[in-house]
Write a protein that binds this ligand. Sequence first.
Ligand code: GLY
Length: 370
Amino acid sequence: MRKFAPESKITVRTAGNEPYDLLLRGSFDALGAALTDLGCSGRRLCIVTDSNVSSYYLDAVKEQIRPVASRLEVYEFEAGESSKTLDVVRGLYEKLITCGFDRQDYLVALGGGVVGDLTGYAAATYLRGIRFVQIPTTLLAQIDSSIGGKTGVDFDQYKNMVGAFHQPSLVYINTEALQTLPEDQFASGMGELLKYGISLDADFYEWTIDHMSEIEEREPEVLAAMITRCCQLKQYIVEKDPTEKGERALLNFGHTIGHAIEKLKDFQLLHGECVALGTVAAAYISWQRGMLDEDEFYEIRDMNVGFGLPISFDGLSSQAVVDATRKDKKMDGGQIRFILLKKLGRAYIATDVTEKEMLEAVDALNAERD
Ligand code: GLY
């Protein structure tokens, strides 16, 4: 079996943007030096965080930033998807204006996907763009959302409907932060993580199955190796296609049906749980098209069970889920860009998935089907 080992630094180079490092560390101890190297000395920095994360990590991060920054501000908001709004961004703009932040100053996103996406969006738009640093503290943010510059907020029921591409200047990943992550948040991160192996790297998929118990135990070396592999895959994709004109869409594997369920459930299920359901649906269609065999489909489905993720939902009609996919962003001239598998570890963009195929796949997940 192929081995996957931790790396301490991966550099992301996208056309038209400054290269930036993903630093993988086991503590916050190297953060101050990393910010100094970046050029933050003597600049104003504003940490943006939420009410959950601040109690764990705000003091440790402040301690690192204080000797570097000329002024340190903190903007904290209520944890949860319901805060990912333009109103919360507005509050942040007000703080930045009041504190005199200019184009040389930095935002620092300390938290999970909501904090990272919202802070990135504020950084992309304040004064037409200032720099920002990502310090992701959830598994989902460490392997996916903090990397690649997708930023944004939700609008009404529409997830990430308002946003911009704006690359971070640094992503500082403290893998030790995962030790305090609640079980459901860890499982949600695994829902997003499984997509990498299933859709892009069959060896990594096998490795993940093989290391299931060490991952569940949160064995630090295994987590660091797993996060490293995801960061490498994400780096590879975003360098080729930073603004999702083509290949980056492969990272949306599991997201078409996943987003539809997430929205209809009014965000009561976590994002990675919904992606895990969407992954099973996409694998189901791939199986029905003869691109996976039955054993492969059931192995993918049962991985969810192994990692504490759902394989069914209730309380929604299958037709409503399929209808909701049409309101997703992943449309191309009215056609859904559905990510399917040619085989395990090899995803492709399909624009010919029919309503009937989707309905059958969603039915297979629906605990209340007739
Ligand atoms: N989370 C998918 C992407 O960054 O493209």
